[in-house]
Ligand binder design. Structure first.
Ligand SMILES: N[C@@H](CCC(=O)N[C@@H](CS)C(=O)NCC(=O)O)C(=O)O
Length: 206
């Protein structure tokens, strides 16, 4: 399979998952900072012009973080990531979707790319403050859910950890936000895992 990512983008969570599961894949960097996602070569592969994306061996493309994570774990690591019950599966997906759709898309995007939300440079600080509020509110919920557990859904890793890992890479490592201490500790533990180290090295982040 071919895996399309941009260094340090949300695709880092899928990169981490690929390394954690230990699947063979070809990683292809699409540099968002150079606008590679909008160039014809990539648009022919993924007209949505986003990463992450996975081109499967049957030639079909999968997009959307949660869907890619779900497919990877179901097809390549079923036992390791098998939810204990349907309720646990639902709660895992609820957590992942909250991290990606709210914390990332609504919060971090405002913080990191305020220009996407206003044509006026003078409004950037306001947009970023609003984004920070969204991130911190989400961090409060996630901190309470994590408590002193090893992973966000309990003592076993789940696909929601792939999402929490990349958002904490932004919040802790990149932006150094004043986040709850258990989330900072979580990021330190997760980023020390060999799979996280490999993913970050491959993306040139460490
Ligand atoms: N809904 C998509 C969102 C992915 C997304 O927003 N990716 C960003 C990088 S973190 C991207 O490709 N941005 C390129 C752009 O906006 O032009 C998903 O869940 O995978």
């Amino acid at each position: 399979m071919k895996f399309y990512y941009s260094p340090g983008a949300c695709s880092l969570g899928i990169h981490f998952l690929l390394e954690e599961i230990g699947i063979e894949y070809e990683g292809i960097a699409i540099h968002i900072k150079n606008g590679d996602q909008l160039k014809d070569d990539y648009l022919q592969i993924n007209p949505k012009s986003k990463v992450p994306a996975v081109l499967r061996d049957d030639g079909s493309l999968l997009t959307e973080f949660g869907v890619i994570a779900h497919w990877l774990t179901q097809t390549h690591a079923r036992a390791q990531f098998k939810p204990e019950s349907f309720e646990q599966e639902l709660r895992t997906r609820e957590t992942l979707d909250y991290i990606v759709a709210t914390m990332h898309m609504q919060g971090f995007t405002r913080l990191l790319r305020p220009q996407k939300f206003t044509p006026n440079d003078g409004d950037h600080a306001w947009v970023q403050t609003y984004g920070t509020d969204i991130v911190m509110k989400a961090a409060g919920f996630l901190s309470a859910q994590l408590g002193d557990k090893a992973f966000i859904m309990g003592e076993r890793m789940s696909i929601a950890d792939a999402a929490l890992f990349y958002t904490m890479f932004w919040g802790v490592a990149r932006l150094k936000l004043d986040l709850p201490t258990n989330l900072i500790g979580y990021f330190e533990r997760m980023s020390a895992r060999p799979a996280a180290q490999r993913a970050m090295q491959l993306e040139g982040l460490i």
